[in-house]
Design a protein around this ligand. Structure first.
Ligand SMILES: Cc1cc2nc3c(=O)[nH]c(=O)nc-3n(C[C@H](O)[C@H](O)[C@H](O)COP(=O)(O)OP(=O)(O)OC[C@H]3O[C@@H](n4cnc5c(N)ncnc54)[C@H](O)[C@@H]3O)c2cc1C
Ligand SMILES: C[S@@+](CC[C@H](N)C(=O)[O-])C[C@H]1O[C@@H](n2cnc3c(N)ncnc32)[C@H](O)[C@@H]1O
Length: 653
């Protein structure tokens, strides 16, 4: 991450972008559009293959070098023209030097015929930071997974089956570091049987390298003045290296119908991701609407608690932040969310040191340090210290995000339905309340926070509840000057609807949800520690904790603070199948995992559900539909529900 940078461009007299670093063009000076059609679309036979997709079918393209996105937009346009209405395009592309949004806008203005597609890309082109970044277009018909970073580092993290490769990425002579046997081996590893490949180059070492990796290639006529290019097909054997307990479960048999239990952020996101893929989803919620429990706070903060050491949690947070941030582009600013930035104050020496480390580890457009004066100017109130500023973050009204996610013709919301019992009968999960059958489907997704422990299949998952309370403070004229979210041990947001949300207490031993004056008083103390000036502006000393409005809820956390997202296995059968690990943890017994067919979970989103729950929906859908994973394989495994059973076996505990 430290060496991350945006593309450095020069523009020629025709307005075409040139890479300063590589000294090469992004596309043919004659016609970038026609070049893309000839080299990548035609030589992967995409017109025919898109047209031949079955109803509900999917084609996955992989690309090296996203650049201006021209290839992506052309593929999308062709897909719209040729593919059946319910087919889907998944585009995975690696890019080491993403264009800035301004450069992207300027480059794409060259193609008025692509204006509609370019506009959609530009609208979503926010929070594009290192790692995996997922984009959803055309109501989910087209998905883009941008792998931000060196293709030689990102592809090994990818779990996908690619049907067609666009091997782009500047001329081999100008970019020799990329065109390597390691790259060709990765293309082979990720290829679906009979995957095709096309590249503009005909360099001999590229041809030989690809052949050695298992591709059969032909030299064919290149675009324009270019004499030759390469096109071919993967003829090697598919490779799958996942351990059986993290392997993809078989497709659940039966109709594409799913039950989602719980209508908070996790449930609404899971439902949205499935519905966009053509699943018919029934959400069962015990309350009288969505976001009535933990996801019901008036304001939640996009609070990125990162590590400078590239931990799985940190990578999940950066990917999740990007995904959530792009979803928010579709909500009403000011009412449903605000991109007002988040300022994490350097409130003591330890925090200041942590922040200094983070500032060197992440790009400045994700986070950067501010001294006290800069921080005060930005916040609009007096502060005791500077801090770390996240310019693209802000606050969100979680119920609005839940509502947006749950609004889809394929989603049916059934409220006042408490699932007390879940059983698999005749290939379907049957959800019951006493004797009453509430709904049934081949797939069920448990999204009820820590409550999922009531189902025996999930009872062994180590989930904990931590009560928390926020306080709703009436805004004053002076407090309305607050322009950004401020965080120290607690957080306070700029006003929404005449109030500021102040949070949040932690109670590890409470099962109650009644508001307490004690926790309001604690929150007011957190406010004073954030800014005495703001506390005065809010007249905190005159507020009576016993009279304050607020909300209490349970955070649901796991021992390693990562969420639990993915398929569930039968705990007893798992322990028996892999018992040998208790004696020798290095063994990988090739015995299939005893999955509980069609049973999935998204829970344990802790204190940052706004960042993790929406992307978790995409991860669940990827497990279910055998799609490219939206996060690195190691991150998906770090979130896998089986990790705890595995650790128990290995530690013998
Ligand atoms: C005080 C506080 C402050 C927070 N602040 C932030 C913040 O600033 N930023 C942030 O990102 N996160 C924050 N969080 C965390 C965030 O709210 C959670 O991570 C998120 O809401 C979890 O969503 P969920 O869908 O998993 O759970 P929930 O929102 O609790 O949803 C679970 C749903 O399942 C339903 N349910 C459960 N069991 C059943 C059943 N058997 N049948 C039917 N329905 C059932 C429940 O009624 C509920 O609606 C905060 C949490 C708390 C408590
Ligand atoms: C010719 S441009 C790609 C054009 C692009 N396909 C388009 O449609 O605009 C090559 C791209 O590859 C990227 N690139 C070069 N080396 C890379 C590497 N090692 N890893 C990832 N991307 C790389 C460059 O930054 C550049 O954006």
């Amino acid at each position: 991450m430290p060496d991350f940078q945006h593309a450095q461009l020069d523009w020629d007299e025709h307005g075409q972008p040139l890479s300063r670093g590589f000294g090469d063009v992004y596309f043919s000076r004659a016609s970038g559009l026609e070049e893309t059609c000839h080299v990548f679309l035609a030589h992967n036979a995409l017109p025919l293959r898109f047209a031949a997709l079955p109803a509900g079918g999917r084609l996955t393209v992989g690309e090296t070098g996203f650049g201006t996105g021209l290839n992506f937009l052309c593929a999308w346009q062709l897909f719209e023209r040729m593919a059946p209405a319910d087919a889907r395009l998944h585009f995975v592309s690696a890019e080491k030097f993403p264009l800035t949004r301004a450069d992207l806008r300027q480059a794409l203005a060259l193609w008025p015929e692509l204006a509609a597609y370019a506009g959609a890309l530009l609208e979503q082109y926010v929070a594009v930071h290192p790692g995996f970044q997922r984009f959803v277009f055309a109501e989910g018909r087209v998905v883009l997974t941008l792998l931000v970073g060196d293709v030689l580092e990102r592809l090994p993290e990818l779990d996908a089956r690619i049907d067609a490769w666009f091997l782009d990425g500047f001329a081999p002579a100008k970019n020799p570091d990329m065109w390597t046997p390691e790259l060709f081996a990765e293309l082979a590893r990720l290829s679906a049987p009979d995957a095709t490949l096309a590249t503009f180059t005909s360099a001999g070492f590229v041809r030989r390298g690809l052949q050695e990796a298992g591709f059969a290639l032909q030299r064919v006529k290149g675009f324009g003045q270019k004499r030759e290019m390469l096109a071919g097909r993967f003829e090697g054997a598919p490779q799958d290296t996942a351990s059986p307990w993290f392997a993809r479960p078989p497709h659940p048999a039966g109709a594409r119908e799913a039950l989602v239990i719980g209508a908070g952020l996790a449930g609404c996101a899971a439902a949205a991701s499935l519905a966009r893929r053509g699943w018919q989803v029934t959400i069962l919620e015990r309350r009288d609407g969505i976001a009535e429990e933990t996801s019901g706070n008036p304001q939640g903060v996009l609070y990125l608690k990162l590590s400078a050491h590239g931990t799985a949690l940190s990578r999940l947070i950066v990917a999740g932040f990007g995904f959530t941030r792009r979803l928010l582009q579709r909500l009403e600013p000011g009412r449903d969310w605000a991109p007002c930035g988040v300022l994490q104050l350097a409130f003591d020496a330890k925090e200041a040191a942590r922040q200094a480390e983070l500032a060197t580890a992440f790009p400045a457009d994700l986070l950067h340090s501010l001294d006290r004066e800069q921080a005060e100017a930005l916040a609009g109130v007096a502060l005791d210290s500077g801090g770390l500023f996240y310019p693209e973050a802000g606050w969100v009204h979680p119920p609005a995000l839940c509502a947006q996610l749950a609004e889809h013709p394929n989603i049916r919301l059934l409220t006042h339905r408490e699932v007390l019992d879940l059983h698999r009968e005749d290939g379907q999960w049957c959800a019951r309340s006493g004797e009453t059958l509430l709904a049934r489907a081949p797939v069920a997704v448990l999204c009820g926070g820590a409550e999922i422990a009531r189902f025996p299949e999930a009872a062994g998952l180590p989930l904990k509840r931590i009560r928390g309370q926020i306080s709703r403070l009436p805004a004053t004229a002076a407090s309305s000057e607050l322009k950004t979210v401020l965080c120290a041990e607690g957080y306070v947001a700029p006003l929404r609807d005449g109030e500021h949300t102040l949070g949040a207490s932690f109670r590890f031993d409470s099962d109650e949800l009644v508001l307490t004056a004690e926790e309001h008083a604690e929150n007011l103390q957190l406010l004073r520690e954030i800014s005495t000036d703001l506390a005065e502006r809010l007249q905190a000393d005159r507020l009576d904790p016993a009279e304050l409005a607020g909300r209490a809820g349970f955070r649901c956390t796991s021992p390693d603070y990562l969420p639990l997202v993915g398929p569930l296995a039968d705990a007893a059968a798992f322990a028996e199948t892999y018992a040998v690990l208790g004696k020798d943890a290095r063994q990988v017994p090739q015995r299939p995992c005893p999955w509980l067919e069609g049973l999935y979970v998204s829970s344990g989103h802790g204190s940052r559900g706004l960042l993790s729950a929406p992307l978790a929906g995409e991860l669940l859908a990827a497990w279910l539909d055998d799609e490219p994973l939206p996060v690195p394989r190691t991150v998906a495994e770090a979130c896998h529900p089986n990790r705890f059973a595995l650790r128990r076996l290995i530690r013998g505990g």
